[in-house]
Design a protein around this ligand. Structure first.
Ligand code: BGC
Length: 750
């Protein structure tokens, strides 16, 4: 499988590689594997896609290897459970390894800058902390099976429109606090074997050629020691990319780029050491993969069955968004009408490279509910199989079936064509045929439950408040029907919580005005105010906030305690189940940081824990909040900093549902930029040591008091305070001189 006999003991690469051997390791052998150098003891590495299940192409590309299809990352993110994500990842890795793969090209972990992102279903969240924690779970799950993980797409690959070229024009602060943040977490903690450089540019430079990103930040700041691989076809200039730190170009270029590399060394424009350094990284990966290969499959006897895990994961990904009059769980004897063509053939994944050929069919929601529910279950399609086409006869039939039932469950969702790699969603709306069906059923039925199947938020304004319950399944994989049925009948508690805001209207979303950009540029004008950070900053209403989700059980949060720890703060909260039902709960911790010259999100997620609490039971939850979670990136000083002052830690059920609050007094860095002649007068005056020293110096230098008067008159300071101070020093009419400023500046360090 690796270009070496499978029984071969993993070898150390032998001997110094020649330049052409080294160059040959730097691009693929074909679509999915690296080149082997058997005589040097370097095997080939086989890579495969697989974020919600193994997505390996058949050798003739006529389809994919059948595999267990798990919920997509967007759905699984709603579990807020890195351990469950890790179990799913482990199961995917075992199937990948059984199919001969060494590396899984997952997890996808870009942030959801806009709900329109075409690949959002492959990503976790609009929040970097949640994304980072879940990606750590995924990478640990995969690598625990001896298969390498490849985190992608590094970085700011947040749209499909013009994805191969577009420049994400983004501030350093937003990059650091959001887009890089999740990668930083996973690279430093879980140590993935590979990082995939994305197609797009960042601030004008292709990521694949960006030395600051690929070497400065990834390797030098975060200590990444694995292989940087290009997204498939993302290399624009092979030599520039190699210099920047892109080790492996995929897929094969039939030797063309290897020849460019050798020619550049021969011409003296590329250092041979750069070639050997990247070749060594690829060789190390190959040897590591071969060594791990001998241990693969060891856990498969103790692991749960993948098919069962797919059902549990689907169940746990379900979010109950609304539940009025206790319509759910279904009363055991209720007469139920299940309506909507998607109830007979549910969607369960998105399109593109991540697509899985499911081993087991997803089955029908109608059958799954029928098998679990004691009362009668009737079915009517309501709209055409494509999910799009209005059919008056089907509509009429559905309304009469709904009217005869106690509860109508209408299954709707975004059509298959709406969510795929390669293009962004056009809008958030469901097809009109489906909205019309929901409205008609809600008007006729005694109780209406809407089940939404989608890889992201949909617009619910047309019927949100006129139906009794709303359930979001996400794209839940092959377990969608059984997982949903156990939630509807109440065999399981809906523990899912939204990992992204459901806005009322697309126009409310923070990136609305600039997504997806034009002319090759996407201006990230919302800065750090992505998702709930932006919605909460403007305070506009949302349909369902980030973190929202209801349980059948009822829990209370008590006794929030915060104490300093070695790495930050330890937070404890007691969760009491005050109901007679088992409940799943996600304790979410947010920080309310003091506003500063730099604006902050009103609340930012700093930790969370998903817990199951039995009826009447009490659990004390402990969550570690690292210092970094309270820090911000300072644009002027170009570093992370912790602001001093009162910060409030909030235990909440969503970004908008604070339950308990605890104020802590943070002693921060009190970051001060060194004063220069370019600093403003106000910056000089406000400095605790320099300000008084400046006044004292001018008072001595200008006994007339004119200069002192100017610098202490509030109105004058209001007018001229923003001037870089050296511009005042050219005026011979006052005592400010460059010499005097030089002397006074010395007191900064006193
Ligand atoms: C996608 C990657 C994928 C790769 C290999 C690219 O088009 O962007 O996510 O891993 O193809 O299939």
């Amino acid at each position: 499988m690796n270009g070496l006999p499978s029984s071969a003991a993993p070898a150390e690469p032998t001997g110094e590689l020649t330049l052409s051997e080294a160059a040959s390791l730097l691009s693929g052998a074909d679509m999915a594997s690296t080149k082997a150098l058997p005589e040097r003891g370097i095997p080939s590495v086989l890579m495969t896609d697989g974020s919600n299940g193994l997505a390996m192409n058949l050798p003739d590309f006529s389809g994919k290897v059948p595999a267990t299809c798990f919920p997509t990352s967007s759905a699984l993110a709603a579990t807020w459970d890195p351990a469950l994500v890790g179990q799913v990842a482990g199961a995917i890795a075992r199937e990948a390894s059984a199919a001969g793969a060494d590396v899984l090209l997952s997890p996808g972990m870009n942030l959801k800058r806009s709900p329109l992102g075409g690949r959002n279903f492959e990503y976790y969240s609009e929040d970097p902390l949640l994304t980072g924690e879940l990606a750590v779970g995924f990478v640990e799950g995969v690598q625990g099976e001896g298969v390498g993980a490849c985190v992608k797409h590094f970085v700011a690959n947040n749209q499909e429109t013009d994805r191969m070229r577009v420049s994400a024009d983004v501030s350093e602060r937003a990059l650091r606090e959001l887009y890089l943040r999740a990668f930083e977490e996973v690279v430093t903690r879980a140590k993935p074997w590979l990082v995939m450089a994305s197609y797009n540019r960042v601030n004008g430079t292709y990521v694949s050629e960006d030395e600051r990103l690929l070497t400065g930040i990834l390797r030098e700041e975060w200590g990444f020691d694995g292989v940087v691989v290009s997204d498939w076809g993302a290399v624009d200039d092979r030599v520039r990319a190699l210099r920047a730190g892109l080790d492996l170009e995929m897929p094969s270029t039939s030797g063309a780029s290897d020849a460019q590399v050798v020619a550049a060394v021969d011409a003296g424009t590329l250092d041979a050491d750069v070639v050997h350094r990247s070749a060594r990284r690829v060789a190390d990966l190959a040897v590591r993969a071969a060594a791990s290969g001998t241990h693969r499959g060891e856990s498969s006897t103790t692991a749960p069955s993948a098919a069962d895990l797919a059902i549990t994961a689907a169940e746990r990904s379900t979010v109950l968004l609304r539940n009025e009059h206790g319509v759910l769980p279904l009363a055991p004897t209720a007469g139920v009408a299940v309506i909507g063509a998607y109830a007979s053939a549910p969607r369960f994944q998105g399109g593109g490279s991540a697509g899985v050929q499911p081993k087991q069919p997803a089955g029908s929601i109608v059958d799954a509910v029928g098998a679990r529910h004691a009362g009668t279950v009737e079915y009517a399609p309501g709209y055409a199989d494509d999910g799009l086409t209005r059919d008056p006869a089907l509509l009429e039939q559905a309304v009469s079936v709904a009217a005869a039932a106690d509860v109508a469950i209408v299954v709707v969702g975004s059509p298959e064509s709406a969510e795929s790699e390669g293009y962004d969603r056009a809008d958030l709306g469901l097809p009109e045929a489906q909205n019309e069906l929901v409205a008609a059923v809600a008007a006729a039925a005694r109780s209406t439950v809407v089940v939404v199947i989608s890889g992201g938020p949909v617009r619910t304004e047309a019927w949100r408040t006129s139906v009794d319950a709303i359930v979001s399944t996400g794209l839940a994989g092959q377990g969608v029907s059984l997982g949903l049925a156990s939630i509807l009948v109440g065999d399981a508690d809906p523990g899912g919580r939204l990992a992204e805001t459901w806005p009322r209207e697309l126009a409310d979303t923070p990136s609305f005005l600039s997504f997806p950009g034009e002319g090759g540029h996407s201006a990230y004008g919302e800065g750090i105010f992505v998702g709930y950070r932006g919605h909460d900053r403007t305070g506009g209403e949302v349909a369902f906030p980030f973190g929202h989700g209801l349980s059948y059980g009822e829990t209370r949060f008590e006794d929030l305690a915060v104490s300093p720890s070695a790495s930050g703060w330890s937070v404890e909260v007691t969760v009491v189940n005050v109901s007679e039902r088992a409940a799943r709960e996600v304790v979410q911790l947010y920080v309310e940081a003091p506003d500063h010259a730099a604006r902050r999100a009103p609340r930012a997620l700093v930790g969370f824990a998903a817990v199951a609490v039995a009826p009447g039971q009490t659990t004390r939850v402990r969550i570690e909040v690292p210092r970094r979670a309270l820090e911000r990136w300072d644009e002027a000083a170009a570093c992370w900093t912790l602001d001093s002052g009162a910060h409030t830690i909030v235990a909440a059920r969503s970004s908008r549902d604070a339950v308990l609050r605890h104020e802590i007094d943070v002693v921060g860095d009190d970051l001060r930029m060194p004063l220069t002649a370019d600093s403003t007068l106000v910056e000089w005056l406000e400095h605790p040591a320099v300000g008084p020293a400046l006044i004292a110096a001018v008072t001595e230098a200008d006994p007339s008091g004119r200069t002192t008067g100017m610098l202490t008159n509030p109105m004058a300071v209001l007018m001229i305070g923003g001037l870089p101070i050296h511009r005042l020093a050219v005026d011979a009419g006052n005592a400010l001189t460059l010499d005097l400023l030089d002397r006074v500046a010395g007191s900064q360090t006193d």
